[in-house]
Design a protein around this ligand. Structure first.
Ligand code: HEM
Length: 182
């Protein structure tokens, strides 16, 4: 089984969960879209920082240009939204864990592309508009296959990936529970 297949299988239930949570935001409504972005930010900002600190730039050389914190912050600022409280990110304790985290963040672009179609014209969409480039996705998958060749390495990547999904689930649930209906 490829590393990618192992990650996809192991995180399928988590993906279903976050898909269900984030699908509850109605992106055609400005208030709900703002809360969606806040929820994304409470997970993505700390996870990206944790990956930076764990040396993601050394694991994947174009990591700095893949980061989306800036576009997310810009969208939130354009909507006048307060910066959200962050969830606790996992500690990425080595290259396998870093790759597991990168897999989840980069994979999440697929959903974003679909979701951006619901955002009305005129709304800021730097974050969701950051589309997925097939070559970049392939490069990440190739690095995963190349660097994760032992069972324990794949296990560490899976563990980190599951933990990152959990951050997004928590952030989304929190925003849904605390949010006012707008
Ligand atoms: C409503 C929200 C979401 C929708 C509708 C959605 C939808 C999708 C779709 C359609 C794909 C498959 C793309 C393809 O194979 O061509 C995908 C893949 C993926 N998504 Fe999501 N997604 C959502 C949220 C998320 C979130 C919040 C995360 C993580 C933070 C995430 C992580 C991933 C990953 C890692 C993959 C790649 C799976 C693989 O290896 O093929 N998704 N998503």
């Amino acid at each position: 089984m490829s590393v990618r297949a192992a990650l996809r299988d192991a995180t399928a239930p988590a993906h279903e969960e976050v898909d269900g949570i984030f699908s509850r935001f109605d992106l055609s409504r400005p208030g709900s879209y703002r809360r969606f972005l806040r929820a994304q930010a409470s997970a993505l900002l700390p996870v990206e920082s944790a990956l930076d600190q764990a040396g993601a730039g050394e694991v994947l050389d174009d990591w700095p240009s893949r980061r989306r914190a800036r576009s997310l912050r810009d969208d939130l600022a354009a909507l006048g939204a307060a910066p959200p409280a962050s969830v606790d990110p996992p500690v990425f304790s080595g290259p396998p864990a870093v790759l597991g985290g990168l897999y989840v963040l980069e994979g999440s672009r697929f959903g974003g592309t679909l979701l951006s179609r619901s955002v009305p014209p005129g709304m800021p969409r730097a974050f969701l508009g950051a589309r997925s480039y097939p070559l970049r996705w392939r490069k990440l998958l190739e690095e995963m296959e190349r660097l994760l060749y032992r069972h324990d390495q794949v296990a560490a990547a899976v563990e980190a990936a599951v933990a990152v999904f959990a951050c997004f689930a928590e952030a989304g649930r929190r925003e849904l529970e605390n949010g006012t209906s707008e």
